[in-house]
Design a protein around this ligand. Structure first.
Ligand SMILES: C[C@H](N)C(=O)N[C@@H](CC(=O)O)C(=O)O
Length: 639
């Protein structure tokens, strides 16, 4: 009782602006800075794996998703630390420091000069860079994941029960800030943002409502569930009367209020079971879709593509909140939160169908690489005249001087003989590499080989070309290169530039983001509204865990599935999500929305706790009056 009164006294110190606690401003700006830092790093992570650490697509995708999964598993740790030990405020501060150390470690791991002793532009000791970047990523996951459930719940704590409208607006603005941070991070370097995160958060210190840690609620929940299961098992004989709910088997030892609260949480957690599938698709934006973009063309569009999700969120959230959802309501349709989430899932599935269609277009333009039993050869002629090249047994190519064969010629055997119609005829045998691509260069004089060196000192020439995305070239440099200012360099195109434009990815981004607004924003609000007051962080952590499981599913599919065609993998994910959304809609049909405060009040009443409740209500009424006076004051000042 004493603790409760002191908590309420603390609440009395709050200050308001336009009906909202001022402390909210610091929390929202803190979230903006934190997401700015997180998404700035995440946007280039898979490319860092692919092009700096030189991992293949599957390994890059797997480690990326393992990292994201870790970021969404650590919220459990954050919720435990906050609830049982440090409280949300201190947890956010301490884990932000861990986060900052992680970002610095990660930044250091990307400096190739540290191990590049021979200065060839690539690191010499990959193990060092891999170890450092993994350490950095683990610290970042601990930091970002740990503070995540605390920030949303800490924001919620700043409101009072009668401020449900403001609370809903807070969650929408909170989500908008996440995306504003994500959007800006892609455009500006996110290096200093963790420091800003901390400073902004600490600046608001005097204004927050800081509730003391109430003990390890997660541990109490686990013990209570464990006891209920054990007790049920001990009384399994049919001679014992059945109880309404299996959790009622904890009645002998645990408080009725705690049992009622656990029942509410379990009901929601059960509903969460199918949700990871949404995240499985959603988080492939950062891996498979980013890699898909690297096989497409378009310069400035690449920036647009990486910012399209947050831009769409910033426009769609207000449109949905202010226009679409009220309009649907006006039409007499009950578009409940769970229905919105189901529709969100279907949008995500459509996004993957769109990605599959784009992939089919890309595949048509991709080079036809040799299978493991085949070999490919391209012939380049630097001889002074056109040559007739015969490759045994029956391949005849007519190649102009300083030209090349139109494309790679595929052989299903490795030993070949090449003959040139020179005078005298030259014939040479070669052994090709199985499963590889090679280029045979016929020198300017087949009997004499010359070396050409391009110097950057006294003699130099500038050779500049605009190279297409994804293309590969061979340059033929004659001895006269310096005298004619590089004019004589001939370019042979080994691989055509990507020709499918990145703008084709926009529909899939639009669909997945529409899905996100329906699913993620609603899910965040739903998780907060359906949780008892002391278990808000627990349910936030549960909600974030659905994201972690989603990323683990991608890991499994990327490692085990290994479908030969990428578009088939996209379609597989889309079909899985449609199936899961059907299951979810059935589960949602049987779910009844609750008001946790009402249920708690009822249990308290049954336990004969009305006097304390009444005292609390009186205190809250007093506080409400004071807040209204406060708000009135703001309005009067405005007038
Ligand atoms: C940038 C994304 N559109 C976004 O809003 N992400 C949220 C939800 C999530 O991925 O967990 C966030 O970063 O909190």
């Amino acid at each position: 009782k004493v603790q409760h009164s002191s908590a309420i006294k603390k609440k009395k110190g709050r200050r308001y602006c336009c009906g909202y606690p001022i402390s909210i401003f610091f929390i929202v700006v803190n979230e903006f800075c934190e997401r700015f830092s997180y998404y700035g790093m995440r946007a280039v992570l898979v490319l860092y794996f692919r092009y700096f650490l030189l991992w293949d697509d599957d390994l890059a995708t797997s480690i990326y998703h393992a990292f994201v999964a870790l970021c969404y598993l650590t919220p459990i740790l954050g919720a435990i630390i906050a609830d049982s030990w440090l409280g949300k405020f201190k947890t956010i501060i301490y884990l932000s420091i861990v986060y900052a150390i992680g970002q610095v470690t990660m930044a250091i791991s990307t400096i190739h000069d540290i191990t590049d002793a021979n200065r060839d532009g690539t690191p010499d000791n990959f193990t060092f860079h891999i170890a450092l970047s993994m350490l950095g990523l683990i610290l970042i996951a601990l930091g970002t994941g740990g503070i995540k459930p605390c920030v949303a719940a800490f924001g919620g704590d700043q409101f009072q029960e009668h401020q449900s409208r403001q609370l809903n607006t807070f969650f929408s603005v909170f989500y908008l800030c996440i995306n504003a941070g994500s959007l800006l991070s892609t455009l500006i370097t996110p290096l200093k943002s963790v420091a800003s995160t901390l400073m902004v958060f600490i600046a608001g210190s005097g204004m927050y409502v800081k509730t003391d840690p109430e003990g390890n609620i997660m541990w109490s929940v686990c013990k209570c569930i464990g006891f209920a299961i054990k007790n049920r098992f001990r009384h399994r004989s049919s001679s014992y009367p059945k109880r309404e709910h299996w959790m009622d088997w904890a009645n002998e030892k645990y408080d009725k209020l705690l049992i009622a609260q656990i029942k509410m949480v379990l009901k929601v957690l059960f509903l969460y079971i199918p949700l990871p599938m949404f995240w499985t698709l959603f988080d492939q934006k950062g891996s498979r879709w980013t890699l898909q973009a690297t096989t497409m063309s378009g310069d400035f569009v690449s920036i647009l593509i990486s910012t399209v999700n947050p831009i769409l969120i910033l426009t769609l959230v207000p449109i949905m909140d202010r226009l679409i959802f009220p309009l649907i309501q006006k039409c007499g349709l009950n578009f409940s939160p769970l229905k919105r989430m189901t529709v969100g899932m279907l949008f995500a599935a459509m996004a993957f169908v769109s990605a599959a269609l784009v992939q089919i277009e890309i595949d048509k333009t991709l080079p036809n690489f040799p299978s493991s039993s085949e070999s490919q050869l391209k012939v380049v002629n630097t001889y002074s005249t056109t040559l007739n090249v015969t490759i045994s047994p029956n391949e005849h190519l007519l190649i102009e001087s300083f030209g090349s064969s139109a494309d790679y010629v595929t052989f299903d055997h490795q030993d070949i003989t090449v003959s040139l119609n020179t005078n005298p005829v030259i014939t040479k045998a070669f052994s090709l590499i199985k499963g590889g691509r090679q280029t045979l260069i016929i020198p300017s004089d087949p009997t004499v080989m010359r070396d050409f060196v391009l110097r950057h000192g006294e003699q130099w020439c500038e050779f500049s070309r605009k190279f297409g995305f994804g293309a590969s070239y061979t340059f033929l440099i004659p001895s006269t290169v310096f005298s004619d200012d590089c004019e004589s360099i001939t370019e042979v195109e080994d691989m055509k530039p990507n020709s499918v434009h990145m703008a084709l990815q926009i529909p899939q981004y639009f669909l997945i983001t529409t899905g996100e607004v329906m699913f993620s924003v609603t899910g965040l609000q739903f998780s907060y509204s359906q949780a008892p007051k002391n278990m808000k962080s627990v349910l936030q952590a549960g909600w974030l865990c659905t994201n972690a499981v989603g990323n683990i599913i991608v890991l499994i599919v990327a490692e085990l599935g290994k479908l030969p065609k990428q578009w088939a993998e996209y379609l597989l994910f889309a079909s899985l999500l449609v199936a899961v959304s059907i299951i979810f809609s059935i589960m949602a049909y049987f779910y009844t929305y609750i008001d946790p405060a009402e249920i708690e009040a009822q249990v308290r009443k049954e336990q004969g706790l009305e006097p304390e409740e009444m005292e609390k209500e009186t205190l809250e009424m007093e506080e409400k009056d004071e807040d209204q006076k406060n708000e009135q004051g703001v309005k009067q000042t405005k007038i």
